[in-house]
Design a protein around this ligand. Structure first.
Ligand SMILES: NCc1[nH]cc(CCC(=O)O)c1CC(=O)O
Length: 355
């Protein structure tokens, strides 16, 4: 950046949740840099369209416009909800900071104080997420899952109206100050969260990140612990996306060193049949010997890189194990509908239906 005294321009979506999240990052970057900050609202296809998310291309609809704004130089950094961010890298852009993560869990917001256990049979529960729908059906095959869209406030407003409950991310409700609507916090053994849930990612142009002031500020607002856990979770997603269309969930936790036991990264990953009849969940652990020491000593970047690649490897191997155990089949590939691999003309066809 050439105008070193100009305000830092921070790209954001315009929803209440996005603005709230971006303001926390803007405050942190303002404090780290001593510079003025300015929010740049970018309207995304996901905000414009009332169509279902899967109909307009699923993941990435929220991120694409922010990324275009960054590449066009309309803002200096952009703030994303990490779980809405596709795993494929964008040429010229880098995720420069993962600020400390908020609550990773999902919550139930139900009428009459109901919990997952006390919801009456036939209760109508709203969610737009196949991952949440599948796990709801697994836990309570007798409830009706209703596909909904819209921002957090709209979804909450339907509880007690045409719905009995909705499932939302704890992080969003926390940031919006709406926790009073929560009737149950769902632990990860009941509702494994989306990879990256509760975390934000601060993206910038790659050329602005290295050997620059912006790079220094980004490192100040970055949490190594968050980075380790979300990299492991997103490695699961990236690896599974190649071979499986099932809803994916993953959550990693960094357990500090305890006495002689070194720090450990614990990863739980799962895929679910959208109909809620089958699931595959696995746990993997990697020791991170020496981690607390190198995290405190800020200069030891090389050591940090070692741990980051251990985290990614953990995610990849957890996903490979799920694929070996039949993750692609859990996605609901009904074998009797799969077209023959070779048609009459002898040409290869793509294997199986596209979900
Ligand atoms: N897909 C929408 C979205 N993206 C991020 C959040 C909440 C914050 C987070 O999960 O990090 C939400 C709302 C929700 O899932 O309830």
């Amino acid at each position: 950046m050439s105008l070193t005294t100009a305000p830092l321009r921070i790209g954001t979506r315009g929803s209440d949740l996005a603005l709230t999240q971006t303001r926390t990052v803007a405050d942190a970057l303002g404090a780290a840099s001593g510079r003025e900050v300015e929010l740049v609202r970018v309207r995304t296809e996901g905000d414009r369209s009332a169509a279902s998310l899967s109909a307009i291309g699923g993941t990435g609809v929220f991120a694409a416009a922010l990324r275009e704004a960054l590449l066009a130089g309309e803002c200096d950094v952009a703030v994303h909800s990490l779980k809405d961010l596709p795993t494929a890298p964008t040429a010229g852009l880098s995720l420069g900071a993962f600020p400390e993560r908020a609550d990773h869990r999902d919550v139930l917001c139900a009428r009459d104080g109901w919990t997952l256990a006390t919801l009456p049979a036939g209760a109508r529960i709203g969610t737009g997420s196949p991952r949440r729908a599948a796990q709801l059906r697994l836990a309570r095959p007798d409830v009706e899952v209703v596909d909904i869209r819209g921002n957090v406030g709209t979804r909450l407003g339907r509880v007690g109206d045409d719905l009995d409950a909705v499932v939302l991310a704890a992080a969003g409700l926390t940031r919006l100050g709406l926790l009073e609507h929560v009737t149950e916090t769902l632990e990860t053994d009941v509702m494994l969260p989306a990879p990256g849930q509760g975390a934000l990612a601060v993206e910038c142009r790659t050329e602005d990140l290295h050997g620059t002031e912006l790079g220094t500020w980004m490192r100040k607002i970055d949490s190594v612990g968050t980075r380790l856990t979300v990299l492991a979770e997103r490695a699961v997603l990236r690896t599974l996306e190649a071979g499986c269309t099932a809803p994916v969930a993953a959550h990693a936790e960094l357990l500090p060193a305890d006495g002689d036991a070194p720090a450990r990264l614990e990863l739980r990953a799962g895929v679910f049949d959208p109909a809620g009849t089958r699931s595959l969940v696995g746990t993997a652990v990697e020791e991170m010997d020496g981690l607390p020491v190198s995290m405190e000593a800020n200069g030891i970047a090389i050591k940090q890189d070692v741990f980051l690649s251990l985290a990614v490897d953990l995610g990849v191997s957890a996903a490979e194990q799920l694929l070996e155990d039949g993750a692609a089949e859990v996605a609901g590939l009904r074998t009797h509908e799969v077209a023959p691999a070779v048609d009459a003309a002898g040409e290869d066809r793509p294997a199986g239906p596209v979900a």
